[in-house]
Design a binder for this molecule. Structure first.
Ligand code: SF4
Ligand code: SF4
Ligand code: SF4
Length: 269
């Protein structure tokens, strides 16, 4: 808790990632100026110099990919009253976890060459698999409207339950033409909404950057997106891409590798 009258101190921390989510927070622009009336930013490497000994609210971006990261995120958790997982790297593993699907030795060789030595590198996972977080902001990059919503919830002491509907719902609310009708493959039917279906609004497909919904029927989605399905709309997609189930599963790994691994493990038991 902060002392009476004192503004809560916010810090931003990054783990393995591209730091695009921190950049997105900066895109709050005027809202950021409003925010500064209510909080004190004490550490934010991407935006200011200096480090702080303590903080009340920690925004944590990126994935855990080294043993050293594990202790670091635990220390941040122990120091902060409130921890926010910022972006899909932090909350679902995102691109970082793609490496988990190959032997670490091969991954190191591909990235650093055959002369590469030992690296402090472990299978990538979201920070949420190491510590509990109080809030999650999804998206690659983190969804700007969700950043705004979560900050308001933090400052007013409210919880922020993640939406648990597919992106398709937001498409319908926006009256967006379904890209399946154009013969594009779209992962929206099993992807958690909350981005206001921004990609489909601009005519692109949803690539699943906010991760799977709870209880997403992944196996059904894989079948529906392949030539095995029967729906006339999907025939357009199947004719255009001639995709098999392995290809569809690969599309899902782009952001969801840890979830897929868990599903595979539970199917085998
Ligand atoms: S979620 Fe995407 S934009 Fe954000 S840090 Fe990770 S890779 Fe970058
Ligand atoms: S465009 Fe994608 S997300 Fe939108 S309604 Fe169609 S399948 Fe669902
Ligand atoms: S439409 Fe899909 S890919 Fe685009 S931001 Fe939303 S969840 Fe991510």
């Amino acid at each position: 808790m902060t002392d009476k009258g004192q503004k809560p101190r916010i810090a931003f921390f990054d783990f393995a990632c591209c730091e695009g989510c921190q950049l997105t927070v900066l895109q709050l622009e005027e809202k950021l100026l409003d925010l500064l009336q209510h909080v004190e930013v004490v550490e934010w490497r991407e935006a200011m110099s200096g480090k702080a000994d303590s903080h009340d609210i920690a925004f944590c971006e990126g994935s855990i990919t080294r043993e050293a990261d594990v202790q670091r995120i635990k220390t941040i958790r122990n120091t902060a009253n409130t921890v926010v997982g910022l972006g899909s790297c932090a909350c679902i593993g995102c691109h970082n976890a793609l490496k988990n699907r190959w032997p670490m030795e091969d991954v190191v060789k591909v990235v650093y060459g055959s002369e590469a030595g030992q690296l402090d590198s472990i299978p990538a996972r979201p920070i949420t698999s190491v510590v509990n977080v109080d809030y999650r902001i999804l998206g690659c990059p983190a969804s700007l409207p969700e950043i705004d919503r979560v900050i308001k919830c933090i400052l007013t002491g409210q919880e922020y339950p993640l939406p648990n509907q597919p992106v398709c719902v937001e498409c319908k609310l926006n009256d967006t033409l379904c890209v399946l009708e154009k013969g594009e493959v779209c992962l929206g039917p099993v992807t958690r909404c909350g981005c206001n279906a921004i990609c489909t609004a601009y005519g692109d497909a949803c690539h699943g950057c906010r991760g799977l919904m709870d209880e997403a029927n992944l196996m059904a989605a894989v079948k529906v997106l392949t030539a095995e399905q029967l729906h006339p709309i999907m025939e357009v997609v199947a004719r255009r891409y001639d995709v098999g189930q392995d290809q569809v599963r690969q599309w899902f790994t782009m952001y969801n590798t840890p979830d897929l691994q868990l599903k595979e493990e539970s199917e085998q038991t």
